[in-house]
Design a protein around this ligand. Structure first.
Ligand code: PMP
Length: 414
């Protein structure tokens, strides 16, 4: 697998083909969940013997587990260059982080979001006063609309994606942050897609909150992060009520702890946090090399697909120059699910199809109910993966599928 900056577990996975035999799995579904880094899996094996209760155990393994967990917190803080006034809260995933933050927006505070967000950055705000802005066809017009909306009346928070999970487009965070702050609002960035591809610098960018997930940045499922200004997190209601989130409990009252403990009741996902922090360390080293690598792959894929008649590439903004390794397209004459099933069954290529948990975004792009096909790649993707996708789509257009696909239990299958 020449040409990939990182080594991923499962990179040499052989998968069965419908026509018989096997092929190396081309995992182009990183935007949903990435395979784990080899270093992350090594780290898990190293710390597994210390598996023990954290924070309240006196035994040696408990002390090691506690130290590992808190070191993971510091590691994440260092990776995103958190400020002294920030707290790092470990959560289950980005969805959990944004729900936690929604609970901490000060009473009556209004939240402004774009309509092209992932559901995780749309639905948690529904319980609060909020404004949903339609994304305009250009970024320039979208930024102007955000500015007008924030100028019209005070909002507490602008919640934006760091990179679209539908198109990979990266809106200008520095500018969005300036707009939010100019009008007295804070900014929360849904960085689920951004963090595996770009270094985010809280101290340097002045972004207030960042939410991301381990499973999209080469660590296992089940651990995520909310990092940002601790004042709201200290004042908001605990995300979960229970042990570990308190200073003192009486039968008729409770004094809650400050963040992060306030929001981490119950036994935390220590291994998940340690794995996520190890992924941060590795990414800190490889992102300078991975960035250009991914940009080259994206260029190769976009140029290759654009050459194929009948392939339509989707984007939200006509003037957005920046994008991560997510490319979404439709093939004329085929449902998205049909294309995805063909790519998997006949070519061993894993992509995602549908509306990507962003139904309003899909509607804005004019996608049918069946959605589109999304290729998501990253630091572990090699040029061969992209070339295989291109030649498979080309064969589909020239020869059609060699098998017949039907919908079985809601999925397309041969
Ligand atoms: N935001 C974006 C932009 C995403 O791509 C995703 C995952 N598809 C999420 C939020 C939700 O992440 P998780 O499922 O890890 O909570």
């Amino acid at each position: 697998r020449a040409g990939a900056p990182v080594d991923l577990v499962g990179a040499d996975l052989e998968v069965p083909l419908v026509q018989g035999g096997t092929t190396r799995y081309a995992n182009l579904d990183h935007a949903a969940s990435t395979p784990a880094l080899r270093e992350v899996v090594h780290r898990l094996a190293e710390v597994a013997p210390y598996y023990s209760s954290v924070h309240r155990g006196a035994g040696y393994a408990s002390q090691v587990s506690t130290a590992l967990y808190e070191a993971a917190r510091s590691g994440v803080a260092a990776f995103v260059r958190a400020r002294p006034a920030d707290a790092v809260v470990f959560t289950r995933n980005t969805t959990d982080s944004l729900n936690l933050l929604a609970g901490c927006v000060p009473e009556g505070g209004e939240v402004v979001v774009l309509d092209v967000e992932h559901h995780a950055n749309l639905l948690p705000w529904r319980g609060l006063p909020h404004r949903i802005l339609p994304a305009e066809p250009t970024l320039a017009a979208t930024l102007a609309a955000a500015e007008r909306s924030l100028a019209r009346g005070p909002a507490a928070l602008l919640a934006v994606t760091g990179a679209s999970n539908v198109t990979g487009e990266v809106p200008p965070l520095a500018e969005l942050t300036r707009i939010a702050h100019r009008h007295g609002a804070r900014i929360a960035v849904d960085a689920a897609q951004l963090v595996p591809h770009r270094r985010v610098d809280l101290a340097g960018s002045d972004v207030d909150y960042l939410a991301f997930s381990g499973h999209k940045m080469y660590a296992p499922y089940g651990a995520g992060v909310l990092v940002g200004r601790r004042d709201w997190l200290d004042a908001g209601p605990p995300h979960l009520a229970g042990g570990g989130a308190v200073r003192e409990v009486a039968v008729d009252g409770v004094a809650w702890a400050a963040a992060p403990e306030r929001h981490e009741a119950g036994t935390p996902n220590v291994l998940g946090a340690v794995a996520l922090a190890r992924a941060c360390e590795v990414l800190a080293h490889v992102l300078p090399e991975a960035g250009p690598h991914e940009a080259a792959l994206r260029g190769r894929l976009v140029a290759g697909l654009a050459r194929l008649p009948g392939v339509r590439l989707h984007r939200i903004w006509s003037d957005c120059a920046d994008a991560i390794g997510v490319v979404t397209f439709s093939v004329a004459g085929y449902d998205a699910g049909h294309v995805a099933a063909y790519l998997s069954a006949e070519h061993g290529i894993g992509v995602r199809d549908g509306r990507f948990c962003a139904h309003p975004a899909a509607a804005r792009l004019g996608l049918p109910r069946d959605g589109a096909v999304r290729a998501g790649f990253g630091a572990g993707t090699c040029p061969d993966d992209v070339d295989r996708l291109l030649s498979a789509v080309e064969r589909l257009l020239v020869e059609g599928p060699q098998w017949t696909y039907g919908v079985v239990a809601g999925r397309w299958a041969p």
